[in-house]
Design a protein around this ligand. Structure first.
Ligand SMILES: [Zn+2]
Length: 101
């Protein structure tokens, strides 16, 4: 139950836990769930229809494009780093091919 006090809304999605598990844990769950249920854009069709189907599994409900991502967010900072490294490697390979022929 979302309880509104003079200091603002006290509980978010973790309000379902009532007074259990401690403030910090309820806050962590709410923070993660907010990111998890946020709108994400599909890389294939561009629709904001990305839903989490399981831990690290994300699916576009419009074009059914399924991909692996973070456990609670479709793209993690590590993902970005790896992608950049892969792109650099691809560029090197294509340059080497062009120089070899
Ligand atoms: Zn899509």
């Amino acid at each position: 139950m979302a309880e509104t006090t003079a200091k603002g809304k006290k509980s978010r999605s973790s309000g379902r836990f009532g007074v259990r598990y401690g403030t910090k844990n309820r806050k962590l769950v709410a923070d993660i769930e907010e990111k998890m249920h946020a709108e994400y854009t599909c890389s294939k069709c561009g629709a904001k229809k990305i839903k989490r189907t399981g831990t690290g599994i994300w699916q576009c409900t419009k074009c059914m494009h399924t991909f692996a991502g973070g456990a609670y967010v479709p793209q993690t900072p590590a993902h970005t780093t790896v992608l950049r490294a892969v792109q650099a490697e691809k560029l090197l390979v294509s340059e080497a091919k062009a120089a070899g022929k």
